[in-house]
Design a protein around this ligand. Structure first.
Ligand SMILES: [Zn+2]
Length: 271
């Protein structure tokens, strides 16, 4: 009887030790994963024309709940919001994307609010960048940030792009003929925004990159213009960065030392 009791006490203690160890590990993993940007490929790879999906939606969603990107064959703009991945397609439609679909370029993270504040009287895209850069100046320009901006927008101008066929051409050439533009008025929705620090110039676009999705999930795209009176900004400081490089031959063959700053500016701002 005594031995049996000792054994069961031992068993309970061991379980407790194991549980504590597992719990700690899980907590560590969680903390590490939630506070880092997870980037698929380099924007510079996409700009050169690598539109081959290298990760599934299912796996991308294991690395965050909020983000931006595009799809295999450059088939529309990706918006990840509240853990769901949507496509704003070249024809202006929006759909929830299946788990199996693949992604050539994306940046996602878990959006854990470090602060929220109101943005007011934003009349154009430059106003918005100035307002967001004001927060960057307070919190530090050398970190990554993911934000969401929820509101009822007086006006929003977005673009998307039509799916491409091989052989893939550079993004600037594709956008000249296959970019589509949509202007919406009095529309409720969310902009998801990524800020990359200045030293990221060879791996992504420096500064802000925003995608939009309407509240009813029927409209969306890459943001080019904006006008609103009042919106709620949710801000997430993100101090980690991880990149998952594609394995395909096209990416492997690129000379990624070539400076693409001008092309990227054109691709991002359409200017
Ligand atoms: Zn975009």
């Amino acid at each position: 009887m005594k031995n049996k009791m000792r054994l069961s006490v031992l068993a309970v203690m061991m379980c407790a030790v194991l549980l504590t160890a597992c719990g700690k590990e899980a907590a560590n993993d969680e903390a590490k994963d939630r506070d880092r940007m997870y980037q698929v490929s380099l924007l510079q790879g996409l700009t050169f024309g690598d539109y081959y999906g290298s990760i599934t939606v299912e796996d991308l969603e294991k690395n965050g709940d909020t983000g931006i990107g595009t799809f295999n064959r450059l088939n529309g703009e990706l918006i990840m919001i509240d853990g769901e991945t949507y496509r704003a397609a070249g024809d202006g439609s929006v759909e929830l994307v299946s788990d199996e679909e693949t992604i050539p370029f994306s940046v996602v993270t878990y959006l854990d609010a470090d602060e929220t504040r109101n943005l007011r009287e934003i009349r154009n895209y430059e106003d918005l960048c100035i307002a967001l850069d004001g927060v960057v100046a307070e919190r530090g320009k050398n970190r990554f940030y993911m934000v969401r901006i929820d509101g009822n927008f007086n006006e929003i101008n977005v673009r998307s792009v039509n799916a491409q066929d091989e052989p893939y051409e550079p993004l600037v050439d594709v956008l000249e003929r296959d970019q589509t533009f949509f202007d919406y008025e009095n529309i409720e929705g969310t902009m998801i925004g990524l800020y990359c620090p200045p030293y990221m110039a060879d791996l992504n676009a420096v500064g802000w990159h925003l995608h939009f999705i309407s509240k009813d999930k029927t409209k969306g795209g890459h943001v080019l213009g904006i006008n609103f009176d009042d919106a709620v900004l949710t801000w997430d400081d993100t101090d980690g960065f991880q990149t998952k490089l594609p394995q395909n031959e096209m990416f492997s063959g690129f000379d990624l030392t070539i400076d693409q700053t001008e092309d990227i500016k054109k691709v991002e701002t359409n200017k």
